[in-house]
Design a protein around this ligand. Structure first.
Ligand code: PLP
Length: 372
């Protein structure tokens, strides 16, 4: 048996359902020989997500990154188009802009949401030429100030894409994050709220965007008997076997969200009183997915905490390093982005896997308390 004090605790791990619903749907794919390219699991997974999110169109793809790429294809981003991107995020929120030779311009976060600051966004919308779209992120499952951002996009006539990769189940005024914009995307990689091992979904209210994504993500085949192509295509569809995992995981989505909320509440109860600690932001209009529990620390260096956890076989991480500090984006970076730099400097992401027990969380809390 594992010694409880040396059992490795990871930041996050995939969490299959107790009754292995996922395996049942994988078996169906084998039994019906719908291994690829399409099959019922994909249809059921898409239907399930559409019903949960209350959107008319959803397409399962091979990853969140592919979904974001297809969202940009749907709105026909052209080389040289400017896309206003959130500075504090994972690079996959921005890479697809480069796939299309767009120009990312980074927007600072605010400290109230940790996501795109509407004031900084409006300044960029006023000042930048040739802005085609905004990609806002609901980072760590914390909802962005999406209603105001949507109004701004409308006012300046630019498209809005939501990167809700980490935010399945997060809501603002009871509406699902990812469904406010022209298009939204989710990730189902192994670390996400629910997983298909690797996978993603793009959702929209717009039928023509959906049809374009269907076409481009499946090798841009013209509707002819022979194979004929007028556009560059991509092979981005989700496998029917992996969609089976997703169908099973939909059964436990509410349980996973409830457990994530409980994990955060336990951290908050024991950490929020520590000197210089601020937990991640919450407010009554916004219901996060609590994908990762995070906090800021200004008296004790985050690295001291991360290293103490590491010594105790516990994995923790800094917040995402902002895009303006990433070497790959150096040619696109203008000026300091104060808040995202501040958040990165002071933030810690804590283990948040839903299979962790309260005892595991208390073990983590005790190590952190020992740093103060
Ligand atoms: C904010 C954000 N955007 C996009 C992605 C990309 O998703 P995927 O790993 O499924 O390609 C991720 C996942 O890691 C993410 O966290």
């Amino acid at each position: 048996m594992n010694n409880p004090s040396t059992k490795k605790i990871y930041l996050i791990t995939p969490h299959m359902s107790d009754n292995a619903y996922e395996l049942k749907h994988i078996h169906t794919a084998f039994e019906t020989n719908w291994i690829a390219p399409i099959g019922e699991n994909i249809t059921v997974f898409e239907q399930g997500l559409k019903a949960y999110l209350n959107v008319p169109y959803a397409m399962a793809l091979s990853s969140g990154t592919a979904s974001l790429h297809m969202a940009l294809k749907a709105i026909q981003i052209k080389p040289g188009d400017v896309v206003l991107c959130q500075d504090l995020t994972f690079a996959a929120s921005v890479f697809p802009v480069l796939y299309e030779q767009g120009i990312p311009v980074f927007i600072d976060s605010d400290l109230e949401t940790w996501n795109m600051c509407p004031i900084a966004l409006e300044k960029a919308l006023r000042e930048e030429a040739n802005v085609k779209a905004v990609i806002v992120v609901h980072l760590y499952g914390l909802p962005a100030n999406i209603e105001i951002i949507k109004d701004l996009c409308h006012k300046y006539n630019v498209m809005l894409i939501e990167d809700a990769a980490e935010a399945l189940g997060a809501t603002v005024n009871l509406k699902q994050c990812g469904t406010f914009g022209d298009l939204g995307i989710y990730s189902f990689n192994g670390s996400k709220v629910i997983t298909t091992s690797s996978g993603g979904m793009v959702v929209t209210h717009n039928e023509s965007y959906y049809k374009r994504i269907q076409y481009v993500s499946n090798q841009a085949k013209a509707p002819t008997r022979h194979y004929e192509h007028h556009d560059i295509g991509y092979n981005y569809r989700l496998s029917n076997v992996l969609a089976g995992i997703g169908v099973g995981q939909l059964n436990v989505l509410e349980q996973r969200l409830a457990r994530k909320r409980a994990i955060y509440a336990l951290y908050k109860k024991h950490l929020s009183g520590l000197d210089g600690v601020t937990m991640m932001p919450e407010n009554i209009h916004m219901n996060p997915s609590y994908w990762l529990s995070c906090f800021l620390t200004t008296k004790v260096n985050p690295l001291t905490i991360i290293e103490a956890l590491e010594t105790n076989h516990i994995e923790a991480r800094p917040l995402w390093k902002p895009m303006h500090q990433q070497p790959i984006f150096k040619d696109f970076t203008q000026g300091p982005l104060k808040n995202s730099a501040y958040l990165y400097e002071h933030g810690v992401c804590l283990p948040s896997g839903t299979a962790l027990t309260d005892d595991d969380i208390m073990r983590i809390i005790h190590v952190i308390q020992g740093c103060f």
